[in-house]
Design a protein around this ligand. Structure first.
Ligand code: PMP
Length: 398
């Protein structure tokens, strides 16, 4: 019956993760996967989340189904985190939010809805972007093309090319964007550049689909929402998928949300109904446990303050590691201009120049990167950063 099923090549990043796990060399360094590791190389258990876990586990309530749109208190807390405590869009009731199965689930539900209600639209993703963006949008039936984003020669954002291309797209083109910590490049837009993008979106009536998986890891929890809030204030309608996998270190609990910012409250109610229907015919309702952890942290002032400090610790550590990598590279390979690294933020650095050397880096130096040259800076620590810089310098000079 299933003879015609072709083999799935697997996800290259997840396959490298397995190769790393099985590598016996004690000095191995894993910069391949987008996971946050602490200075000791461990995936942390956040103290705020541990506290919330005690509260949630102490509950004797039976495990009933959540509504299709998830836990209402979770959705409200998420909205305030994303749009701000005093958001006019929230007080006007024009944001519809559902709890989703991680950020990926939010992207998929959003893509399904857009495909259904905008059957003539095409989708654009940045060149480059997280590989699953294309897979999810194509899976929902979209024809997917790219828009200019990164200058591979200069290894920097090419904003002029991006703005020019966005300004030529047909109305209602679905445009996928990263409000902060662009994956894979770590190259973000400035506030002034986002303002230009907001203007283009409004003028050309584009349909933005924002993907926020690293809030707080670029400049801070509030600062990283600049584009989201500017877009909401402009009156544009848009979708926003967000993930708590990294910033709560709750990868396996699959916590995320999908918000749709609408023209008014009445429209938001109708949109919410369609979001619920899209969930119902897919997985019916989201899992409850992880969402209650996140909601407990967000809504308990002491835990909230503790969590904000924990996210800040992650942000600062990654910033420090990027700087240390830069310094090591300047020391070991001074002839090369490494300044582009300092313009990058968040969990990733991107050095396409290293991509072709992936196999040597893994084989000869036990340094795992992926073939695009993306480096997860959270895999660096004081013990391995200098050796990593040396390995990069060695393969480049050879
Ligand atoms: N968007 C981006 C840009 C990501 O990097 C990731 C996680 N790698 C996701 C979405 C998906 O998040 P989740 O793991 O919560 O599904």
């Amino acid at each position: 019956m299933f003879e015609h099923f072709t083999a799935y090549a697997g996800d290259p990043i997840l396959s490298l993760q397995l190769a790393y796990r099985d590598d016996p060399r004690p000095e191995k360094v894993n910069l391949s996967i987008g996971l946050y590791y602490d200075e000791q190389g461990r995936i942390p258990q956040l103290e705020s989340v541990q506290q919330a876990r005690k509260t949630v586990l102490a509950s004797t309530e039976p495990s009933v189904y959540l509504p299709m749109s998830g836990n209402p208190a979770y959705c409200r807390a998420v909205q305030r985190l994303l749009f701000g405590e005093n958001s006019p869009a929230l007080s006007e009731g024009r944001v519809a939010t559902i709890q989703t199965v991680g950020g990926s689930g939010a992207l998929r539900v959003g893509a399904d809805l857009l495909r259904r209600f905008f059957p003539d639209s095409q989708a654009r993703i940045s060149d480059p972007t997280w590989d699953n963006h294309r897979a999810i949008l194509e899976g929902a039936g979209f024809v997917v093309q790219t828009y200019a984003y990164f200058d591979y020669e200069a290894q920097r954002l090419n904003f002029d090319a991006m703005a020019k291309e966005l300004d030529q797209l047909p109305a209602r083109t679905v445009v996928l964007m990263h409000p902060c910590c662009h994956n894979p490049t770590g190259a973000d837009l400035s506030a002034a550049q986002w303002d230009v993008v907001v203007d283009i979106i409004k003028r050309r009536e584009l349909l933005p689909f924002l993907d926020l998986a690293y809030q707080g890891l670029a400049e801070g929890l509030e600062a990283d929402t600049y584009f989201i809030r500017a877009l909401a204030a402009s009156g544009a309608s848009f979708l926003l998928a967000n993930s708590f996998s990294k910033i709560f270190s709750l990868y396996g609990e699959r916590c995320g949300a999908l918000s749709m910012v609408c023209a008014n409250a009445e429209e938001a109610q109708r949109v919410l109904g369609q979001m619920q229907q899209a969930v119902r015919r897919n997985y019916s309702s989201p899992p409850a446990f992880g969402g209650s952890l996140v909601q407990t942290v967000l809504d308990t002032p002491t835990l909230r303050a503790q969590w904000e400090a924990e996210v800040e610790t992650m942000r600062v550590r990654m910033h420090t590691m990027r700087t240390r990598l830069y310094e090591g590279l300047v020391q070991h390979h001074p002839a090369y201009d490494w300044s582009f690294l300092l313009a990058q933020r968040g969990m990733f650095s991107y050095a396409p120049v290293l991509g072709p050397h992936m196999n040597r880096l893994i084989k000869e130096h036990a340094v795992y990167i992926i073939d695009s040259g993306r480096i997860c800076v959270a895999g660096l620590n004081e013990q391995n950063v200098d050796r990593t810089a040396q390995a990069f310098a060695t393969v480049l000079k050879a």
